[in-house]
Every structure is written in structure tokens, then in C-alpha cells.
Ligand binder design. Structure first.
Ligand code: ADP
Length: 262
């Protein structure tokens, strides 16, 4: 690795020139993205602009056609991870990348036939080979943290959307990822349930979690994000500190979008 390629100690993620097409449709073009430890990046933009595809690419759910994704060393560790999608990327590297990040989905994606507790320990036990009793103890601690201590034995269908999403968040936290990825975490919720979920995410930000949040909640983005990135038609149009991009956007496209939502 040349010195310029060595990630700074505080770099969690560094993406360069990420590109993706589905057939003839170009969905992402030359996406660059940097996230430092403890920072929150809000990814905003119209529907279809490629935001979800960016997140899915970072979690191994889509395979980009080109570009590099580099994860810096985890806190206390030394192992960096680099994937160059312009070359052939091995399955092992994709699994390693998936291990560095954890996704919270718009529609929660909980296993319907498993209890809340079983949903949360599934990854730690099956994927990370954690001892079941340890995984259960940690799951209960995390559930208590989001106000769901009494729901451990409930099934997803017995919970409100907001509660299911909090389980989705706990399931991601239980994997101890370097980076949390939120894909429109509140857009499937009834309006009165949005606040609880946003409050949990805000707490995580205050606790120092590193995250990328795709969201249409611009007031929330202004509150929690260190950086806001506005995407349109597969490219990054504008990026900068949340206050600048949301209060005084430089580009007309950003201005129109923000005006409609704020
Ligand atoms: P956003 O999250 O900003 O709404 P997406 O990343 O979901 O945008 O989608 C970007 C574009 O890619 C859209 O035009 C969408 O229709 C297209 N797309 C996403 N996933 C697929 C897929 N699996 N096959 C074909 N087209 C897709």
C-alpha cells in the first residue's frame, strides 16, 4: 500500500468512484464517500437517486461494477479491509465487508417465525459463533436500552412498527459493526411512531456510533448529521456540513429538494 492509500486512524470508511448499473440503467456514477469514526453522514435525495444502492453496496447486498471500498482499522485493531470492484472481488472479502457494517432496513426485515430475542441473537450466534448465553445477555441489555426489555419473547407481529424497528436497530447493534447503515428507517412508520425511533438513533449518535443514514427526515438530519450528502440521478450533487447543505444549499437541485421537505 502506498502511503496515500493508508487510511487515517479515524477513517471508518472511504469509498472512491463507486459505480453501478442495472442492465442499461446507470444507477451510481463515481460516488466518493468518507466517514470518520463517530461521525454521522446523512444521505438525502429524491427517490430513485441511488441512495439505497450505495448502502446495499457497502453491506454486500449489491455488487458494484467499479470503485473501491476501504474500511479503516476498527477501534483497538489494525486490520484494514480494501475491496476493488474494478477487479474481481472474492467472496471472502465480501463476507469480511459485510461483517464491518450492519444494516437497518426500511421494512425491519425481522424473521417472522422467531421471537425478538431469537432475531437479535441469530447473527451473533450463527455468524459470529458467540456463546449463546453471552449473546442472550447482550441482547437483553440492548433491548432494555431501547425500552423493549419486556418484549424479548414476543413475536414481530405482536409489536408496533416502531417497536419492530427498534428490534431491527438492536439486531444491528448486536453484531458490533464498525458502521451502522440506516435505510430510511422511519419511512414505513405511522407518523406518531417516528419520534421514538429517531430518538433511539439520536442516542446512538450521541454514544459515538459511526453511521450513514438515508432519510427524508431533514429536520432530523440537521440535528444529528455531521455531514449531509445530496444525491440526484446517481451522482453526488452537493456535500458539506449539515447546517450548510440544509440551510444554504449551493446547487439549485439541492435547493429545490430541501425547500420541498423542510
Ligand atoms: P433511492 O434509494 O435513492 O430511492 P435506489 O438506490 O433504490 O434509489 O434506486 C436507484 C435506481 O436503481 C432506481 O432507478 C431503481 O429503480 C433502480 N434499481 C434499484 N435496484 C434495482 C434492481 N435490483 N434492478 C433494477 N433496477 C434497480
Amino acid at each position: 500500500m502506498s502511503p496515500t492509500n493508508v487510511p487515517a486512524a479515524s477513517s471508518v470508511l472511504s469509498v472512491r468512484n463507486l459505480a453501478k448499473a442495472f442492465g442499461d440503467t446507470v444507477v451510481l456514477r463515481d460516488i466518493d464517500l468518507d466517514v470518520r469514526r463517530g461521525n454521522v453522514v446523512a444521505l438525502i435525495g429524491p427517490s430513485g437517486s441511488g441512495k439505497t444502492t450505495v448502502l446495499r453496496s457497502l453491506n454486500g447486498l449489491e455488487t458494484p461494477d467499479a470503485g473501491t471500498v476501504r474500511f479503516g482499522a476498527p477501534a483497538g485493531g489494525t486490520a484494514t479491509l480494501s475491496l476493488d470492484f474494478s477487479a474481481k472481488v472474492g467472496k471472502k472479502d465480501v463476507v469480511a465487508m459485510r461483517d464491518r457494517s450492519a444494516m437497518v432496513f426500511q421494512h425491519y426485515n425481522l424473521f417472522p417465525h422467531m421471537t425478538v430475542l431469537q432475531n437479535v441473537i441469530e447473527g451473533p450466534v450463527q455468524v459470529h459463533k458467540q456463546k449463546k448465553s453471552d449473546a442472550i445477555a447482550e441482547a437483553r441489555r440492548l433491548l432494555a436500552q431501547v425500552g423493549l426489555a419486556d418484549k424479548a419473547d414476543a413475536y414481530p407481529f405482536e409489536l408496533s412498527g416502531g417497536q419492530q424497528q427498534r428490534v431491527g436497530i438492536v439486531r444491528a447493534l448486536a453484531l458490533k459493526p464498525q458502521l451502522l447503515l440506516f435505510d430510511e428507517p422511519t419511512s414505513a412508520l405511522d407518523p406518531e411512531l417516528v419520534g421514538d425511533v429517531l430518538a433511539v438513533i439520536k442516542e446512538l449518535a450521541d454514544d459515538g456510533w459511526t453511521m450513514i443514514i438515508v432519510t427524508h427526515e431533514l429536520a432530523f438530519a440537521r440535528q444529528v448529521a455531521d455531514e449531509v450528502i445530496f444525491m440526484d440521478e446517481g451522482v453526488v450533487v452537493e456535500r458539506g456540513p449539515a447546517a450548510e447543505v440544509l440551510r444554504a444549499p449551493r446547487h439549485e437541485r439541492t435547493r429545490q429538494f430541501v425547500r420541498r421537505l423542510l
